[in-house]
Design a protein around this ligand. Sequence first.
Ligand SMILES: [Zn+2]
Length: 293
Amino acid sequence: MCEGPSKPAYTAEDRNWHISAERFPYRRCERCGTLFIESLPADPGRHYATGYHPFDERGEPRWRTSPALLEAEAWRVRTLDAVGASGTLVDIGAGAGGFASAAKEGGFQVTAIEMDPDCCTWMTDTLGVQAICTDDPVAALGGLPPADVVTMWHVLEHIPEPAAVLSAAAGALRPGGVLAVAVPNPVSLQARLLGSRWAHLDAPRHVCLPSGRALRDWAAGSGLEPLLATTSDPSGRACAVHGWVYALGTPPANGAMFRARVLGGNAIAGALAPLERRGDHGAALTMMVRKAS
Ligand SMILES: [Zn+2]
């Protein structure tokens, strides 16, 4: 992100999905704290193969029954509204449309960019949202008219060259438009304490985790005015709980052990909340910036 010098951080395994037994060295920028994988996996798609299924057995997206996800999306829409954003909105990496749905309800005209065909079909058929199915967001943005808002919720960390996609996103805004970004926070309390065991490292799928400082410096260098940066919004707080639950080990899908881990993780998150909700210490960072008019 800042082209600063870096040094080895640690070597991590795929603790979340166990798709391979490979070990992945990560480095940390000594100047801005950004964390990044030393070399990309040879076949990145393989490490997504058996992972997260965004739809339940009835074909409903999981966010629809998750109060934490619904609250996180509602906060994002309220906050965009509070900074005066309205009109057309492009959501990059829209997944199963949790935010797209909330934004549409909040009055935005939403276009989704998403690489998963099932997610795109669901958003088009059920939400009535235009969904562009591609793994090349830069090309997709180039084919759209200038937008009032571009959002990237937990997308950048999957992209080897985040600065290129950020620049394309800023370039896709009309003058005065708002760019909103959320990423796992590589300088968070839990990232520092848990190291390679940190759930939001998600090796090897998260290949570059830009720090708040890196994002702020990038925005300033790109002529974007800061509007908001926080690590304690509902999404950041949910990420904190998730991080502590998984710090105790990957919980089974249900049963007594699952409940014990969730209770334990919530207890740790509650005890550390006064620290985690201060400054740049939370598990995930949300930033909004405005393009000059
Ligand atoms: Zn850096």
